[in-house]
Each structure stands twice: as C-alpha cells, then as structure tokens.
Design a protein around this ligand. Structure first.
Ligand code: URA
Length: 230
C-alpha cells in the first residue's frame, strides 16, 4: 500500500497530513528517507521522526447483513451501508457484494491482499445461497443450474444445487458475477423472490441476528487463508 495510506491507517495523520510528513523527509522506510511514491508491505519498518509506527492490526468481521442496506462504503442515494452498520473503529470494507435486498453472511476486512484472493473464483470460496423462487423448479431446471447456465457475460461454472422445499433452492457457487444467483434462476424460468447467503467459506450465521456482527476467531482467519478449505 502507498506510504501515505499506511500512515493514515496507522492513525499517524490524515492522508494529506501524511503526505506533508513524507515531503518534509520525516518518514523512513527500512531506514531510508521515503518519498511520496514509496509502497510499503507488512514486513517493512516505518518510522516517523525516528519512532517506529505500528501498522493497523488486521481485522476480520462477519456481518449478518439485513435487507435494505447497501454493500458499499458510501451510497449516493443516502441508503444505510454495511460499513456504517458495522461502524468498526478500523476501516474494514466488504469482501464482494450482496444486493441491497439480499440478506446473510458478509465478510468485511482491512486485509486487502486476502480480500483480493477471496474474491477470485480460482480460490473457490463456497458461497451458499438460499433462494425463494417463483414457481416450483423441475428436476431438469435444477440440473441446468448445476451444469451451468448461459448468462450474457458467459456461462456459469458448475454449481451444487439442492431443493429445500418446492420453491426453495440452495445453491453453492464459487463465482461472484453481478446478481449471479438471481440471473441464474431467472434464466431457468424461476425469478427470485428473496435471497439469503447462509454461508461464506466456513462461516455461518450461527448466533448472529440480522444486523449483528462479530470478529472472526484466529482459527477462522487461518482457515480463510488456507486455499481449498470450505
Ligand atoms: N447473487 C445475487 O443475485 N445477488 C446477491 O446479492 C448475491 C448473489
């Protein structure tokens, strides 16, 4: 991350203020006076006026997102946001997106590299959705969903599909195309009435009411960091 952002996150100054410190030659990275273009990684030592700076601790939050809240840091229409709802003292941001009307498990973190990895389909994070749909999908429709359906931005990868009740379908996918589940179900003729994400990787919503959040345990974070675990 850029040095001014690093200093701002560590609470040293605002980004602007940090730029001034850097310009004044008061910031050293690994012992060298740093410039505005300097990038820092977690293993670098950063000092301001000779005092070492502690980087902001990495934070991981699981939110039970309620309906009506948008998955951005700021909404031009002034709707409530997940970042405002969590209101964490550290600047956590959502990993991926749930639609405003979708409820369920949403991870927020300030660990940019991990968030980036988790969002890549290659990392194969399980995302489990429960969809209440119009009509009663046939076994053929469910098989189509499982094989992959043609959407305007490409074919979806194979998914795990279970019927929970005649009009309630559980879908496990690894991708995160925009409105993916809604578009998949629409494509097989069963528009979604309501959508809930019951699990993200190994993280379920046990003990979290809508709107509540908790920090992940160190074990949960370790699991997220290990590719190939659910
Ligand atoms: N798929 C959707 O259509 N919406 C979501 O919010 C998440 C997945």
């Amino acid at each position: 991350m850029r040095l001014n952002a690093y200093l701002a996150r560590a609470g040293v100054a605002s980004r602007r203020g940090a730029e001034e410190l850097i310009r004044a030659g008061r910031v050293r990275v690994n012992g060298e006076v740093a410039g505005l273009a300097t990038f820092v990684e977690s293993q670098d030592t950063v000092e301001v006026d000779g005092s070492p700076i502690e980087p902001e601790p990495l934070t991981y939050v699981l939110l039970h997102k309620p309906a009506g809240v948008v998955t951005t840091a700021r909404d031009p229409q002034g709707r409530p946001t997940v970042v405002g709802l969590v209101n964490h003292e550290r600047r956590v941001v959502p990993v991926g997106r749930l639609d405003a009307d979708t409820t369920g498990a949403l991870l927020l973190t300030n660990d940019g590299p991990l968030a980036h990895r988790l969002m890549h389909p290659r990392y194969e994070v399980d995302k489990v959705y429960e969809a209440e749909v119009e009509g009663e999908p046939s076994a053929e429709a469910l098989a189509e969903l499982a094989d992959g359906v043609e959407l305007e931005d490409g074919r979806t990868s194979p998914a795990e599909v279970d019927r929970l009740s005649p009009s309630r379908i559980e879908l496990t996918i690894h991708e995160g195309k925009k409105h993916q589940v809604k578009r998949m179900l629409q494509a097989v003729g069963h528009p979604v009435r309501s959508l809930h994400r019951s699990r993200y990787a190994a993280l379920t919503l046990d003990g979290l009411a809508p709107g509540e959040w908790r920090e992940l345990t160190p074990d949960e974070v370790a699991k997220l960091r290990t590719p190939g675990t659910p």
